[in-house]
Design a protein. Structure first.
Length: 88
């Protein structure tokens, strides 16, 4: 399981997590990508979590280094092969 830093908290979290499996205390949780909000939160050390409903949305969120984790409702999205999806 690949992990990312949870803002400046010193915690590492899964890059993709199923809703309800991740403690979101103190995180900025977005229902869709907002680059300005991601950048501002990242600059202040605040973790950013983005909800995604498709493989494309997951990949788009993970392309942003300021995003700590992506939340999905469908557990299958947490098991995607991101290398294969990205490079074929």
């Amino acid at each position: 399981m690949r992990q990312r830093w949870f803002g400046a908290t010193g915690r590492r979290v899964p890059q993709v997590a199923v809703e309800g499996e991740l403690d979101l205390d103190g995180a900025l949780v977005l229902d869709s990508l907002d680059d300005a909000a991601v950048g501002a939160a990242f600059d202040s050390g605040r973790p950013v979590v983005v909800r995604a409903g498709s493989a494309e949305e997951v990949l788009e969120a993970l392309r942003r280094p300021g995003v700590s984790s992506v939340l999905v409702a469908d557990p299958a999205l947490a098991e995607l092969d991101f290398v294969k999806l990205t490079y074929g």
